[in-house]
Design a binder for this molecule. Structure first.
Ligand code: SAM
Length: 305
């Protein structure tokens, strides 16, 4: 019982189960939209508990679907709950939940990748960045194809303290598939730090991390190499790894925050010395090479006709 956890004074009245709601509104999970629904109440409760105390908090749930996690959030005694759901099929079922918790739930039919969440936040909950996190939480079980670009967007917002993070260090509890296509799901709770561990612009950190993880099962030097144009790739990658104190034969997943911080700091210095370096893009170089090769082949074929 929630009361024994000592957090909730509100309980939803008896409602149809999530399974019954799915049947009632014919909410078949669309596999091509990577929809899968959490029906196990112990699991939805566990996800919500990992967000910490939600008593009297303002919560935004992204992608509520048929509302399994939504019920657990309401039972945790929140003050207000905003639901952002893209698929209109779920709105009537969510409306039923909203009617069962009068004055608490607001439903938005929209896309979380473009919706401006912070417009809905109560002004009085705003905190300074150095303060404790505000009583605003974001919770969601989204498809991998949405949660990944979303968290990257929010990490950039965190680095600039804008978007939802204008309100302070908002905590997020999101689920991620451990590997694309795997069924195992990890629940990750994020609290933005007051001081970033890597004091470099977000785009630079993103470029270094993305490049290193480009070949996630290979030695990390493979990924570091693609930060540099082909002509001086080997020499520059070796220099960067040495200055950053990183063993080139470590795998990307074996690198620590210390390593990434050093890699970013050294890459920043190299970019400051060579202003063309930061705009260099390995994929563009590869695409141009392929295009040149294709054009060359077409010219040769034309000549042979
Ligand atoms: N949260 C529910 C659960 O755990 O049972 C549903 C999970 S299902 C994996 C993902 C949900 O996110 C679906 O309801 C889907 O329609 C919704 N969704 C997908 N992309 C979205 C987006 N860009 N904005 C808002 N909702 C989205």
């Amino acid at each position: 019982m929630a009361a024994s956890r000592g957090v909730a004074s509100f309980r939803l009245p008896p409602l149809p189960t999530i399974g019954e709601i799915i049947k009632l509104f014919k909410l078949r999970a669309e596999k091509q939209l990577s929809q899968n629904f959490l029906l196990d109440l112990r699991l939805t409760d566990k996800i919500v508990r990992s967000a910490g105390s939600l008593k009297d908090a303002y919560v935004c749930e992204v992608g509520p679907g048929p509302g399994g996690i939504t019920r657990a959030i309401l039972n945790a005694g929140v003050a207000e709950l905003l639901l952002v759901e893209k698929d209109p099929r779920f709105i009537p079922g969510l409306q039923m939940l909203s009617d069962a918790a009068p004055g608490k739930v607001r439903i938005v039919h929209g896309d979380i990748l473009t919706y401006q969440l912070d417009k809905t936040f109560p002004k009085h909950l705003e905190k300074n960045w150095g303060d404790d996190p505000p009583d605003i939480h974001i919770i969601g079980n989204l498809p991998f194809s949405v949660s990944t670009p979303l968290i990257i967007k929010w990490l950039e917002n965190i680095s600039r303290r804008d978007g939802p993070f204008r309100y302070g260090r908002i905590q997020m509890t999101l689920t991620f598939q451990k590997e694309v296509g795997e069924v195992d799901v990890a629940v990750i709770h994020f609290t933005p730090l007051v001081q970033p561990q890597i004091e470099q612009p977000f785009k630079l950190v993103e470029k270094v991390v993305q490049s290193v993880f480009q070949f996630r099962r290979k030695y990390c030097h493979q990924g570091v190499r693609i930060l540099f144009p082909e002509a001086r790739r080997l020499e520059k990658a070796e220099q960067m790894l040495m200055l950053a104190d990183v063993d080139p034969t470590l795998r990307p997943t074996q690198l620590s925050m210390y390593h990434f911080k050093n890699l970013c700091d050294v890459y920043r210095k190299m970019c400051d010395e060579d202003p063309d370096l930061f705009v260099y893009n390995y994929r563009h170089e590869l695409r141009e090479k392929r295009l040149k090769k294709a054009n060359f082949k077409r010219t040769v074929d034309d000549d042979l006709i």
